[in-house]
Write a protein that binds this ligand. Structure first.
Ligand code: ADP
Length: 492
């Protein structure tokens, strides 16, 4: 990820070539300028007067001094011109000349061979009057009139005057071009306010003490690669996170599916047991009656009673399963109307009081004095209440007491079914309403059930925008509270 792609490498190459062409163009400018000056000197030497010649040279603000020597009698110095000629320049220029006589002889040979005025640069440090100067060597004229020359100038001024416009023209908004003195890194010019470290830099041909640097305005290719790297890492991190989440979800789903499968298996065994017991009882008592083996009327009545009770248990069971399968298939519909909760509760209570009494229960009904109008399906309400009363009875083994209460809680109506039975441990409360769930308790297996009753209750309450609250203390009893929104005119 860190390494450069083929494209990026290509970009770098383009970049290098770009620098080469920038350098070429700048070198060309310096060359042209120096050529202008030497051509002018060659053309006018001996033709115009010294002062005119001097004026021509002085049009360039970077000109410092000129040193000329006759090539045929080098002992004789011809000119040292320029305003700085008295600053001890002559002596120094003389010594430069003496050290470079070989260079001058070579330049003279070129000049005479093809009338080609070659210019020789020098990167020796040279200070005059506390100022670092640049200079180049050349030969003027030829034959008898040939002259050796050293042109002293201020390179910084030359760069500022002739190269800066060139820099600006080349750089535009794509590049940052800088020019620095190599010896001390002094920044002569930059096309941008900031002068970033250049990625590529090369000295200028005729100004070897100065170098040009180039940087891409949008940062280096490496920076772009680094940026891409962090973006890719971030994307990779996110991908990993999504994958981990995916794996976690799949794992959780599998776990849930396994739990559900286990619960379904329990459900099937519970239900078969629940169906088989009443069927066996019905079968046994019906056969006894059919064979006329029962002597007394009283006994017959008792057997009929048992058969009726078991049939109703079977019916209840089957109704519950049908109701649940309708809910599961999302086919359950509700016929909601304005109802008085008190009335529904009283109806169910009246039907159940006999059943409660028969099973040895004390019971108690406490209705709110005013009507509790709700928008509900009366059959579904009955189903919910029957389920809760059924559970209260099933799970009260010793203290058999059921109390039903209706009332108002803020802007909501409620029905509470309270028992003094075995209660439910706190850690089981949030699972009660899951389908097929039965509290894993030794006693529960003795108590018949399918784990569907509370699932149906929850579904019906949701469909009525109601909620179910459970308060329970193990060993002391439970209260299931159904809370409904009150009837509103817009419910019609
Ligand atoms: P079940 O057919 O097993 O009664 P429910 O969905 O009606 O199924 O109830 C789920 C479980 O909640 C029950 O198995 C029982 O453990 C627990 N439960 C429900 N009501 C009561 C209650 N009144 N007292 C104690 N436990 C209860």
């Amino acid at each position: 990820m860190n390494s450069l792609t083929v494209d990026e490498r290509e970009l770098e190459k383009i970049y290098e070539r770009q620098l080469e062409s920038v350098l070429f163009s700048i070198n060309q400018s310096v060359q042209d300028k120096v050529s202008d000056i030497t051509t002018m000197m060659d053309r006018d030497l001996g033709v115009v007067s010294d002062s005119e010649w001097m004026d021509e040279l002085s049009t360039y603000n970077f000109f410092w001094a000129l040193y000329l020597k006759d090539a045929n009698s080098p002992g004789e110095q011809l000119y040292t011109l320029g305003s700085h000629k008295d600053d001890g320049l002559e002596v120094v220029a003389d010594s430069i000349y003496s050290k470079n006589t070989a260079v001058f002889s070579r330049l003279l040979r070129y000049k005479e061979a093809g009338d080609f005025m070659k210019i020789e640069k020098s990167d020796n440090p040279f200070f005059n009057n506390g100022k670092e100067l640049d200079f180049f060597f050349f030969v003027l004229g030829s034959g008898e009139s040939a002259k050796y020359g050293i042109y002293f100038f201020d390179a910084v001024l030359m760069i500022e005057q002739y190269l800066v416009p060139k820099f600006q023209e080349i750089a535009r908004e794509d590049f940052i071009l800088t020019c620095r003195r190599i010896s001390d890194g002094y920044l002569v010019y930059s096309t941008s306010d900031q002068a970033p470290n250049s990625i590529q830099s090369e000295p200028i041909d005729l100004l070897p003490k100065y170098e040009i640097g180039i940087t891409r305005a949008g940062g280096t290719v490496e920076q772009a690669v680094n940026r891409r790297k962090s973006q890719s890492l971030l994307a990779l991190g996110l991908l990993m996170l999504v994958m981990i989440m995916g794996i976690y979800l799949v794992f959780r789903n599998i776990q849930q599916e396994m739990k559900l499968a286990q619960k379904k298996a329990d459900f099937v065994s519970n239900v078969s047991h629940e169906i088989r017991t009443p069927l066996a009882l019905i079968n046994m008592f019906a056969e006894t009656l059919l064979m006329d083996r029962v002597r007394t009327e009283e006994k017959k009545k008792e057997y009929y009673g048992i058969i009726t009770k078991e049939v109703s248990r079977l019916t209840n069971m089957i109704n519950r399963i049908l109701s649940f399968s309708k809910i599961e298939a999302s086919k359950r519909t509700y016929d909601k109307r304005q109802l008085d909760l008190n009335e529904v509760v009283k109806d169910v209570f009246n039907t159940y009081s006999y059943h409660l009494e028969n099973n040895g229960f004390h019971y108690h009904l406490n209705c709110h004095i005013e009507k509790l109008l709700v928008n509900a399906d009366s059959e579904a309400m009955t189903e919910v209440l029957v389920n809760l009363i059924d559970n209260a009875m099933k799970y009260s083994l010793e203290e058999k007491h059921v109390a039903i209460k209706t009332g108002l809680k803020g802007q909501r109506a409620f029905v509470a079914v309270e028992d003094h039975g075995m209660g439910i441990p706190k850690n089981q409360l949030d699972k009660l309403f899951e389908k097929f769930y039965r509290v894993p308790n030794g006693d529960v297996h003795d108590t018949k059930g399918s784990g569907l009753g509370l699932t149906i209750v929850k579904h019906i309450m949701d469909a009525h925008e109601g909620t179910v609250e459970v308060h329970s203390t193990p060993g002391k009893g439970s209260t299931f509270k159904l809370i409904f929104p009150l009837y509103k005119e817009e419910d019609v």
